[in-house]
Design a protein around this ligand. Structure first.
Ligand SMILES: [Zn+2]
Length: 95
């Protein structure tokens, strides 16, 4: 079953009332909500010891160059996939 994002938002709205013919779209909207919220759960970057120099990568998409902004500062979210990044205890390198 495919549920469009706008439809999932409608279904997930507690104020929305509808008599559903099937629970499937509700289940799918819930799964979509969970998947979206998981992007907000901060994940520690993955340490790559040889990339070709040591580097940190996004655990979700593997991006190395989108974890920092143009000034080299750590992004709160991966610039490629949007995953929230947990920088606590991250072994930063100057690679
Ligand atoms: Zn990413």
């Amino acid at each position: 079953m495919t549920v469009k994002i706008e439809r999932a938002i409608e279904i997930l709205n507690p104020a929305h009332r509808e008599h559903y013919e099937s629970i499937e779209p509700v289940d799918e909207a819930c799964r979509m909500g969970i998947a979206a919220l998981l992007y907000r759960v901060r994940k520690k970057p993955e340490y790559l010891p040889a990339h070709p120099a040591p580097a940190l990568a996004c655990k979700r998409c593997g991006s190395v160059k989108h974890l920092h902004n143009a000034d080299g500062a750590q992004n709160a979210f991966c610039g490629q996939c949007g995953q929230a990044i947990d920088w606590t205890d991250a072994a930063e390198t100057d690679a």
